[in-house]
Design a protein around this ligand. Structure first.
Ligand code: SAM
Length: 296
């Protein structure tokens, strides 16, 4: 069968929410029923045997452990916020990465979690639960005023905007359907949708890079489309450079990088839907010094 590779058993990844539980106690608890290993690249990420079902596990239910894949867990780690910083999660629901940021900051500092969709704000509030230093903001990230004193100390921004999701399992199964069931009209609609998403992604990325004190911006998608990934970064790059940013290399040991479509794309990170279970994309923008902002 042509798509067999998708069915090769893959480990089940879980991320320990270190705000609630240490990694060792988590390994001990999960190890009662399964073989548990640590991931060698992403801290606090554990690997369990393929097919392990933890949906009803008490540690999952009480938010000590998140059912979050490896690629998705790389995003907040790439941003690398320091404890005590002010951080903005621009498109945050359901909040998996918000909680991950809070854990990386060891509960110290402040996170503003912005979300446009009202229903999803509820899910965000459920997820963040008792992460007290997260302030939820129901609104459009594009409408946040970069000059508002509320954001004058924001040093890192995570931008994980709406995307086509073409790197995720559910979306990929759709694309495996023979063309006679989807047809050209569907393919055209798809292109139109991706272009529309990319227009929003470009605006949102430029907006993120416009906050006065921001030093680190991560742009991520769960899409495999060049239009939503390398093309978005490439088109915003001159603006980024004019604001003092450059691309840096998240997870330098990771082998899969951006498609070689512009100079600098080797800094970008891609995960492969088959080899890595999910197709994610990460770009990291860093600026070293900002006039008038406190030194690190
Ligand atoms: N970072 C989240 C996580 O890891 O749990 C997933 C974010 S999801 C890919 C994108 C989110 O952005 C959606 O919940 C969507 O409603 C929200 N969104 C879309 N446009 C937005 C906007 N203009 N401002 C704020 N949020 C927006």
């Amino acid at each position: 069968y042509k798509y067999n590779i998708a069915y090769v058993p893959k480990p089940r990844y879980v991320r320990v929410n270190t705000l609630k539980l240490g990694v060792e106690p988590a390994i001990h608890e999960l190890g009662k029923q399964n073989t548990v290993k640590r991931d060698d690249m992403v801290p606090d990420l554990l690997m369990l045997p393929p097919g392990t079902d933890l949906h009803d596990h008490p540690l999952v239910k009480n938010g000590s452990v998140f059912l979050q894949g490896k690629a998705s867990s790389m995003v907040a780690v790439a941003l690398d916020p320091e404890p005590g910083w002010e951080v903005l999660d621009a498109c945050s629901a359901p909040g998996n990465k918000t909680v991950h940021l809070a854990a990386l900051m060891r509960g110290k500092g402040k996170i503003i979690a912005c979300e446009l969709n009202k229903e999803r704000v509820k899910r965000l509030e459920d997820t963040i639960d008792r992460s007290l230093h997260v302030k939820v903001l129901h609104g459009d990230f594009l409408n946040l005023n970069t000059k508002d004193p509320l954001y004058s100390k924001v040093r890192a921004i995570l931008l994980d905007p709406s995307c086509s999701g073409s790197g995720t399992a559910a979306e990929r199964l759709d694309h495996l359907l023979p063309s006679y069931t989807t047809g050209h009209a569907a393919a055209d609609a798809d292109t139109g949708r991706v272009n529309k998403l990319a227009a929003f992604q470009r605006k949102a990325l430029a907006h993120a890079l416009s906050f006065p004190a921001v030093e680190r911006v991560v742009y991520s998608t769960c899409s495999i489309s060049q239009t939503e990934n390398e093309d978005v970064v490439n088109s915003v790059l001159p603006f980024a450079v004019s604001h003092g940013f450059q691309l840096e290399t998240p997870f330098p040991r990771w082998p899969r990088r951006g498609l070689p479509v512009f100079q600098g794309s080797e800094h970008l990170l891609r995960t492969d839907p088959e080899k890595d279970q999910e197709g994610f994309f990460i770009a990291l923008f860093v600026r070293k010094s900002i006039i008038g902002s406190p030194e690190k």
